[in-house]
Design a protein around this ligand. Sequence first.
Ligand code: AP5
Ligand code: ZN
Length: 214
Amino acid sequence: MRIILLGAPGAGKGTQAQFLMKTFGIPQISTGDMLRAAIKAGTELGQQAKAVMDAGKLVSDDIMIGLVKERIAQPDCQNGFLLDGFPRTIPQADAMQEAGIAVDVVLEFAVPDDVIVERMSGRRVHPGSGRVYHVKHNPPKTEGKDDVTGEDLIIRDDDKEETVRKRLAIYHEQTEPLVSYYRKLAEQGQTTFHKVDGTRNVETISKELGELLG
Ligand code: AP5
Ligand code: ZN
């Protein structure tokens, strides 16, 4: 199965990606995680991306399209994948269409901006795996530690309230138009589209996704 997760920063894409990966046995392609790994490794891409991400802006379409095409060509993506954070602009979606990369389902996670700002302030992440926690809504078993490895959790550099608000503005401007883009493709029978109420708790949303995708 090939899935696109669409939704604002903090809408819960990474959280539900963990559930979908386990349930359907497909890899998560998180472009944000890929960029953060490049920053950590100190690659040229990482050096370019850091300032852009810290400012809450988007990395250029050319770079992102190249990165994702290369990733999708890997053997572990042959039976499907879960795109988390890509496409994020109309040119990125067009590039997928032009490359003939069709997807079975697009899931839009709908969450109002004020809920998102609260969520981001409590987010903690395990950089090695991409596992995501929230100090109140989805706490780790041991405070500050990843459930699986016991390693330290961190706060993302772009989770400052001021940056979150910038990321939300860019989402509404550049990414939200993809909702009608994919609704139209679904009407033409080229994919399916589901809007998911992302304000409910993590388990309720996972249950709905499991039922929806069979
Ligand atoms: P990226 O890492 O993709 O960030 P994002 O899209 O802004 O999304 P987030 O990871 O912040 O949120 P999420 O939806 O995964 O929510 P999560 O599950 O963590 O991108 C980062 C940056 O990289 C971008 O700003 C850009 O610069 C660059 N970039 C990446 N892709 C790009 C592209 N294609 N083109 C150009 N630039 C690109 O949940 C958030 C919090 O809420 C957590 O604490 C979680 O525990 C909690 N939570 C989750 N679900 C619930 C729930 N149901 N109830 C209560 N709390 C919940
Ligand atoms: Zn994420």
